[in-house]
Design a protein around this ligand. Sequence first.
Ligand code: B16
Ligand code: MG
Length: 217
Amino acid sequence: PLQAVIFDLDGVIADTAVVHRAAWEQLAHDIGAPFDEDIAERMKGVDRRGSLEILLERAPHAYSEREKRVLEDRKNGYYVAQIECFGPGQLLRGARRAVESVRTAGLSTALASASRNAPLLLERLGIAGLFDYVVDASQIAHSKPHPEIFLAAAKGLGITPETCLGVEDAAAGVDSILAAGMRAVGVGDATVLSRAEDVLPGIDAFDIQRYLNRQPT
Ligand code: B16
Ligand code: MG
């Protein structure tokens, strides 16, 4: 039986996917690299360096390790400047209710975010207390779509992956959940997230009863 739900943060709980995107787009503009829908979608859920590498695939020239660190810092500066003034108002509609409904149903909750800014964001949103366990980028070596982050969340909760359901807005995230041997629910575009057993238009449509009553597909 289902014992826990593990939520992604950016784009599932917090309205930050657009902020990450805008920060990368600004950086792309700064360095004269192209930026389009496909690049934006591929960056979702991918860690900072992984996202930068995607951006640099079509950059006008190659960058050294030192230059890459400067670019990452610049993008993070753009991002942090925005989330510094975040509050509970930047929770996505229905996010708090979704997490609370899982707890009310007697299941555990965890958060699995690839973002090194996750602790700051959780504090700003005022929801740190809703999760039994939190894994962020600082605790893992391999970025989504590697299963490590979701496996670490299950381990932290003291349960096996088969009893977990993961919720993600990124294709890389859905792949990470499935590779961990968990059930996956997508939030967003059904064409992009087609490998999930269910794709919801938004987290406000999340209904835990649906997954308690249904066997994994
Ligand atoms: P940072 P999630 C991910 O968070 C974002 O989806 C992704 O766009 C971002 O590049 C990544 O965090 C790293 O973020 O630069 O703040 O460490 O969706 O896993 O919560
Ligand atoms: Mg996400």
